[in-house]
Design a protein. Sequence first.
Lengths: 298, 447
Amino acid sequence: MSVWEDVVTTGLIGTDRRAVPDGLPVSWGTELDQATDPAHAVLSLAARHRAVTRAGRLLQSCPPGAVAPPSRMPVASRAAHEILVRLLSPPQVDLLNLWLAAAVRHDQRVSAAYWTPLAMLAARTTELDRAVLAKGLGERGIWFVEQNPQWARLAKSLRSHAQDEIPPERDASGREVTAEAVRARPDLIMSSVTEWSNELTRAVLDIIASGQLQQRGVRYAATVGTRLPLQHYEQLRLAVQHITRREQSLTPAGWRSVREALLAMERMVWLRMEMRSAFSGEPIMVRRLEIPPWDEVP
Amino acid sequence: MFAMDTWPRQKVLSLASDRASIAAAVALAGTRAWRDVGTDSKGLWGCCAGGAGQFYETVVALGSSPAYACSCPSRKVPCKHALALLLQWSDGLIPNSEPPHFAAAWLSARVSRKGQPEPARAERHGELADPAAAAKRAAARAERVAGGLDELDQWLCDQIRGGLAGLDRAGYAHFDTMAARMIDAQAPGVAGMLRSIPAEFASVGWPSRILEQLGALHLLIQAHRRLAELPADLAATVRGRIGYSVSKSEVLAMPGVLDHWFAVGMVDTADYRLDTRRVWLYGADSSRWAVIMSYAPPGGPLDDTVLAGYVLHARLHFYPGSGQFRALVGEQTSATAGRTMPPAESFTDVRTRFAQLIAADPWAARMPAVINAAPVPSPGPWRMRAASGECCEIIDLPEEPWPLLARSGGEPIEVFGEWSARGFRPLSLLGMDAIEPFSTAVVAQAA
């Protein structure tokens, strides 16, 4: 039994029943006065032991942990990550997939600062695209996910998706649809190739601006916003001017729905323009469209 | 101290008093509940729909000390409306415009209040209105404290004479009763030490830990009895640990240290009936460490004047006592500077400095330190491992520090935190990432 253990034992049993250990090592400091109250003696020894162990604590050694492989891709820009932060708080999975796909297309990866929230999100939902996530994290990021046993399933999925091809932004796998067909069936636009003609874009904007989709209009517009060719942004401005000329008569509720739909679409398109600018380094060359509150419409 | 450029989203979210505020603000930002939103170089404003057709008027004063005003009934500061406004501003959604009347009136009244001279006070810079009465009060207090500590001394001896075995079954009340006596004796510091003891019963080897804690109390009692014989610095430390208060005016009257202070890290803790915030600062020229403390009732707003990541050019005035880091912010200037990262120390140097701290203040619990080490995950406590192979436990984190591992890739990185006898509490990551050279994201916040 060490000296300190001896002292602790005395403390546990009580000095009324057990004597204070004697013959203390010199390193414990000045020898205690034997006339000292035994209880005070134990407390003094405890105070000394506390100071010595706290001040002189030796550190243990431990083997090193695993080390990540080097990363090959450059990290995306600060501007790109500022967008990522917005998309993570709160998480918007569809937009995160867009962001990751854009990063991968530009051969850039996510900063390590954001691997944890992305992994936590991906562990909760399969809607976060594993292929773009794997490529966006890179080898080093996948290594990181593999370190947490709670993410084992996710890590396995990422590893298997790491070699997948990422589809290009312009998807030619859909079919050609005409503006007339879209006017008749608005949802057809979702299955078209993404290289839209001006007429097709005008048709979609007319549908949204007409308010015909009512409550569905906001979701429709937001989805359209993920596919609208960015070079057609100015057509949005024309669509809003159309609204301000009140060429159509709608109820106040109808106007609100139309405005919300246009706002949703504009936000989505602008976000994609910001992403393109952030990943490519090229500035946005158009002025952002402001859509005034509906009660300011003349 | 603040640039008028928009703040990053994370900085805005860090102002929130709790997670519920963040969730409410994020849900509110950018919705059509807002109207008349605008900003100029001084502030932000907007009207947000509440219930029953009414609108809450919200204003945020930007600048070195942001301030908030809102007509909503919430007591949180900032409320969800102020946070939502800041989030929209951070996202670039607030147009420049002239402030409406409610915003202009509040912003200009605030400027007027700042420009008014301090009301004359009899007590200024340590001067006392009635020195004789103050001395009498001080003597009475010292007598009450001495009496209380005598009673505590007797109680400590009773525990040791009867033995500590069975004390774990006595419960918190056994210590709370004596702690309440210490409050009566105007020794709140001692009461706090007593209240922290029962938590040790949950640990393996509690008899040793409890005995050490009782020994620390015994040492404090002995030190107080010999206060007149101690060096002035140590006497001030003993008085501080007992709980003798030092007024802010007394502290601000002491010579200060003017420097560019970088707020390297911050931690909020919830102790017995009190929430505490520690903001650690490092002086660029003085290379000195300081901590700003603030307190609030549980769930109440803590001081957000200085948060982790800020740099302020100010004079800090330190509380008296050896081994003390606590300081108050005195005069500030508008001089700006970048962040001066404190240098990393080897584990040997940190241990040496900690030993010096214990010698100066035997009751000190922790000190600031920057170490260069790699996080090593494990099913038990994680460790920080230096290149030398030495390691220390990571302690007191609410979650596993996966972001720390993400940044390091398993290799050593510079981490700021609190070093204590039990281990290391990481608080910030320094200088590793070009995207985010400084980060307080040591543990994950669920997306």
